[in-house]
Ligand binder design. Sequence first.
Ligand code: NAD
Length: 503
Amino acid sequence: MNVTSETAALLERLGVAKADFSGGDLIVRSPVTGEQIGALTSISPAEAGKAIERADKAFKAWRNVPAPKRGELVRLLGEELRAAKTDLGRLVSIEVGKIPSEGLGEVQEMIDICDFAVGLSRQLYGLTIATERPGHRMMETWHPLGVVGVISAFNFPVAVWSWNAALAFVCGNAVVWKPSEKTPLTALACDAIFKRAAARFGADAPENLSQVLIGDRAVGEVLVDHPKVPLVSATGSTRMGRDVGPRLAKRFARAILELGGNNAGIVCPTANLDMALRAIAFGAMGTAGQRCTTMRRLFVHDSVYDALVPRLKKAYESVSVGSPLETSALVGPLIDKAAFDGMQKALKEAAGHGGKVTGGTRVDNGHDGAFYVKPALVEMPGQVGPVLEETFAPILYVMKYSDFDAVLDAHNAVGAGLSSSIFTLDLQEAERFLSVEGSDCGIANVNIGTSGAEIGGAFGGEKETGGGRESGSDAWRAYMRRATNTVNYSKALPLAQGVSFDI
Ligand code: NAD
C-alpha cells in the first residue's frame, strides 16, 4: 500500500485541490510509515492578519442572521460530515496514526457536536431578573462576540475545531483556525467539507466565515495578538498556554485554554478488577498514550495490588502494536521521533528514581521514519521525577497506597488538573472523590477511565490544564457576550439602592 497516493486520493475525494497540498514549504509526514504525504504552503503573518480582517467582515454580516437559521448551517455541516465520515476518519488515521475505530470515532464526535449545536441554536437563553425598581424590567441578552481564533493540537486534529466551530457559528461568530503544523491535511479536508455546507446554505453564509490558516506557531501568534480576535481557544501543551495566556490577558481578550493533563486513576479495595483492568488498558494505552486525558498515573490499594498489577503487566506485554492501516493492532505509532525520544528520556529518569519498567521498547515495523513502541508500565516507589509531568506517550506510572486521605492528596499533587477516575464499589469513597475534598480535576469519573469523554458535558480542566471549557453543557457562553438590560416602562425615575439625586 502506498500511503502517499492513498492520501492524495482521499483528499481529492474530500474536495481538496491538489495544488493545496503539493509543492509547498510545510512538509507533512504520516507517522504510520514516516513517508511524506503533503507539502503545504504556509501563510505569512501579514496574510494571516488580512484573513482576520476578512473574518471580521464576515462576522458583521453573520451576527444578523437569526440564531436558529445559523443552526441550519451547522445542521448541513453535520450532514456533510456524515457523508465524509469514512474518508475523513481514514485520513485522520493516516495523518495521526489513530486506529480505524478511533479515527472514525473522532469524526463521529464532530457529527455529535453539530447535532448538539443545532439544538443549542434555539436555546441561547438569557435570564429575566427581578428588579427592585417599580415599573422596570431587567433581563440578559447574549450577543455574538466576533472572530473566534482556534489553535489546535495534533492529537485531535479535527474534533477540536468542530467543538469550537459548531458552537461559535450558532453563537453568531466567524472562526479562524490555525491547526497543528503536524496535521494540516485533515484541516484542509474540514475546510472543503465546511465550504460544501455553506454552498448549500446559500447567500446568507458570508464568505470567509470559516478560514484555515496553514503554518506554525508564528501564525498562531498572529491570532493571539490581533485586536480583532476577542476570543482564542487554544489547545495544546501547557508550555504553549504559558505563552498564549498572558498575551491574551495583556490585551483583555478571552482565552479558552485546553492544555496538558497528568491524569490518574485510583483502584480501591472493593473495585471490580476486571472492569478496572479494561478501563485502565484503554485509558493508558489507547491512542498510543497521546490523548490529553490519557491515564498516566495509577494508585492501587495494597490489598489488591498483587491481584491487579500482574494482570495489567500481562496486558501490556501482549497488546498488539502496529500499523493502524494494515493490521488490527490496538496501539498505533507515536507522532514523531521527538515523541519517541521524550518517552525514552522519561523512562530513563523513572528508572533512575527506582522505577521498574515493563515495555517501552521500539517496535520495528519496517519503516525507519516511523516510531512504534510497546506501551510502558512503570512500578514506582513514589510520585517523583517524571511522574509529576506529562510525557505525551504511553507511560503508566503505578504506585501502591494504603490510606485513602493520603491518596487523595497524592492524586492532586501535580500541576495539571484535567481528568481523573476512581474504581470502587464503596459509596463513601466514590462520593468523597467527587466532593470538594476529592479530585481537583475538571473531569472526575467513577468506575470508568479517564479518557473518552462525551460531547454533552463541558470539557476541560483546572490548574495547569488552563481552566477552559468547551463542547457541551453551558460552554457556549464563552463564545458570546452578555448584556444586562434594564427597561423603565414607568413614568418615574427611581434610582437603585434608594439613592436620590433630584435636580
Ligand atoms: P503544542 O503545544 O506543541 O501545539 C499546539 C498548537 O499550538 C499548535 O497548533 C502550535 O502551532 C500552536 N502553538 C504552539 N506555541 C504557540 C504560541 N506560542 N502561540 C500560538 N500558537 C502556538 O501541542 P501538541 O504537541 O500539538 O499537542 C499535545 C499537547 O496538547 C499535550 O500537552 C496534550 O495534553 C495537549 N492537549 C490538550 C487537550 C485538552 O483539551 N486539554 C486536547 C488535546 C491535546
